[in-house]
Write a protein that binds this ligand. Structure first.
Ligand SMILES: Cc1cc2nc3c(=O)[nH]c(=O)nc-3n(C[C@H](O)[C@H](O)[C@H](O)COP(=O)(O)OP(=O)(O)OC[C@H]3O[C@@H](n4cnc5c(N)ncnc54)[C@H](O)[C@@H]3O)c2cc1C
Length: 399
């Protein structure tokens, strides 16, 4: 058997690794191997809620959302299939004076970078989304271009794209570590089937990226936490073509149309970090009461589906995309880290495109990525930056 060689090895076949391998092939990388310890899409990517938004907290993250939406819209023409993007519009609701002030400031920042977003009074919000209670909120920001994808269809779309561009997907094949020369240069990756010789690696892993990092001798400050999603029984109020999605940002509760009912998701910042193992019914009930106050028709509405899955997060909610840097500050040439930290549906394609660009060319035209590197964290994982539009994740990283 000949030597196993690749121009690029991607670790993880979630939405970030999957799309990155496709973009790398489209950019001319000849042999692209994707290592997946499990089966394609079996991480967070098939379990997400699918919410996609351009309304983010920094100019660079606004661009990640916009780029990803444009990509989802172009998929049919590019690939003959798609991730099921549906434009629904998105309201980020304020329920306190502080949230309103911060929301209005965000609208000004987002408009300054050309995003079509505006502030809605409570009356305007109810006019756009008549299922919303007239009281209990102060209106919110609104962008018509935001929407959702179908996460399972997205796994199918990138799997097909990988197959058509002849990406070499190796399922049930874990990445075990990097092979480096005595001087530290990358020369390959270790798998149970032997070493793949390569000078370029993209490390993904979603909620397990910290473990993937450890295998590569890196400290990546990515946490993992439980995130719960519910799909309600159908209701005539939700049997409509278009109704804006809503994010009750202060409580980390969001909802959108799903199969004639409402899909709603939530994180609990008070629980301990770690993988999701079961449903937290107490928190779910508290959020159900909250939802019933803001969307009165959901009071007493049955539940059709519930799931809990593990989501990833970073201390500043910004993605991590850039060169691998060891705890003693040494850059490992050829190794790129890529995670959308809990925003893989809304930012995943852009994060994947940037990772492929950085791995192959050392630069990207997608957006300014200077704040996204691993070098922004200190030894305790503290960052200089912060994106305030995020779910309220646990504050610590212990698990
Ligand atoms: C319940 C839930 C709801 C969510 N809702 C939304 C939403 O509405 N909008 C949004 O933008 N985001 C949402 N997210 C977040 C989104 O799903 C993630 O950000 C995204 O899926 C992460 O993609 P990924 O490719 O980085 O990771 P994953 O999809 O987790 O893929 C990583 C892959 O790496 C593999 N792997 C791990 N270790 C190794 C190894 N050693 N060797 C080889 N392979 C390895 C894993 O098996 C996995 O398949 C949600 C997440 C959850 C859990």
């Amino acid at each position: 058997m000949g030597k196993d060689v690749a121009d690029l090895v991607v670790v993880g076949a979630g939405t970030v690794g999957g799309w990155a391998s496709y973009f790398a092939r489209r950019s001319g990388a000849k042999r692209v191997v994707v290592l997946e310890r499990d089966l394609v899409g079996q991480g967070a990517s098939s379990r997400a809620s699918g919410v996609v938004r351009s309304q983010a907290g920094t100019p660079a993250t606004v661009e990640l959302g916009r780029w990803s939406i444009a990509f989802y819209r172009s998929q049919r023409e590019l690939l003959g299939t798609d991730s099921g993007f549906r434009e629904l519009g998105y309201m980020i609701l304020a329920t306190t004076a502080r949230e309103e002030r911060e929301g209005r400031e965000r609208v000004a920042m987002q408009r300054s970078v050309g995003l079509d977003v505006r502030w809605l009074s409570p009356e305007e919000a109810v006019e756009l989304n008549p299922t919303l209670a007239p009281e209990g909120h102060r209106g919110g920001s609104y962008a018509a271009i935001d929407g959702c994808i179908d996460p399972v269809r997205n796994v199918r779309a990138y799997s097909l794209a990988m197959q058509r561009t002849r990406v070499d997907l190796r399922e049930r094949t874990p990445f075990l570590g990097l092979r480096r020369t005595k001087r530290g240069r990358l020369r390959g990756v270790e798998t149970p089937d032997g070493v793949i010789a390569t000078e370029r690696v993209i490390l993904t892993g979603g909620p397990t990226l910290r473990e993937v990092g450890r295998l590569a001798g890196l400290r990546i400050p990515v946490g993992a936490a439980r995130h719960q999603v519910v799909v309600s029984a159908p209701h005539p109020a939700f049997q409509v073509e278009r109704l804006p999605m809503v994010f009750d940002i202060g409580r980390g509760l969001y909802w959108r149309l799903e199969e004639g009912g409402l899909l709603w998701g939530m994180s609990n910042p008070r629980e301990m970090p770690g993988p999701a193992r079961e449903i937290d019914w107490r928190h779910l009930d508290a959020m159900r009461r909250r939802l019933a106050r803001l969307v009165p028709v959901t009071r007493g509405l049955g539940i059709r589906k519930v799931w809990a899955a593990t989501i990833e997060y970073s201390p500043d909610h910004l993605p991590i995309i850039g060169p691998a840097v060891t705890p003693d500050g040494q850059t490992i040439e050829g190794v790129t880290i890529a995670t959308a930290v809990g925003h893989g549906m809304m930012w995943g394609p852009a994060v994947a495109r940037i990772a492929a660009d950085l791995a192959l060319e050392g630069r990207t035209g997608v957006t300014d990525v200077s704040d996204f590197g691993l070098d922004r964290f200190d030894a305790q994982g503290r960052s200089r930056f912060y994106d305030p539009v995020a779910l309220p994740f646990p504050v610590s990283f212990d698990d």
